[in-house]
Design a binder for this molecule. Sequence first.
Ligand SMILES: [Zn+2]
Length: 244
Amino acid sequence: MGSNDWRAARPEGSAVERTTIAEKVYEDIKERILDQTLKPGERLTIESLSRLLATSSSPIREALARLESEKLVVSRVYAGYSVAPPPDPAFLSGLLDFRALVEGHCARIGAPRRDRAILETLESAYAQMSKTKRLGTRYREYRRFVQEDARFHRAIVESSGNPATAQVYANLHAVLVQSRLYVTRKTSDGARAEQVMAEHRAILEAFRAGDGEAAERAIRGHLEGGRRRLLTPPGAGSPAGPAA
Ligand SMILES: [Zn+2]
């Protein structure tokens, strides 16, 4: 049975139902990519995904376009969609250098501005992240943590008040790209969540105090901590895991 038959056999749902289905399909495919049930390089056809997820083709198309913008999926003319290869360590290391440069710069000029909306976002993302006690290696376990971490770091970049920088940064999906390595890491524990949260607390406190230099230092310290957690091979001393 083709996907068109499936659609024809069902009455059109409300706009809200369609949005919910699209969101579920997107989250489902995303989970399979991050947990590597769908392997890097694996071809993704609309037909096979429709069968796998028992849904029509339109939410699949929508999900693939969204995942492509997040760099989890790549598309090539004639070849169609496939799961994006995971970032290699050299790329991730360069990404962390870039983040330290941009986020450090933005924090230095952003913290002294004491923008109320920015501070509220930092406080609320920090509070949400604090609810995670154990980071885990599966998307379901770290999903909320990573989303809130991304929100926290976006707010730091936005604090500088430069929309062009904010846009370039947002399009990188840096936090999500890094999380593609979590699946291959050893099971992480509560101690690591505490360490990441202590680094975030230092950033938050510098913003609360309006201290640009301390904010830049704290961001750079946090991203260096992320580099150690993310790029130290398992078994080579310090354990690796979600870097946040
Ligand atoms: Zn972080």
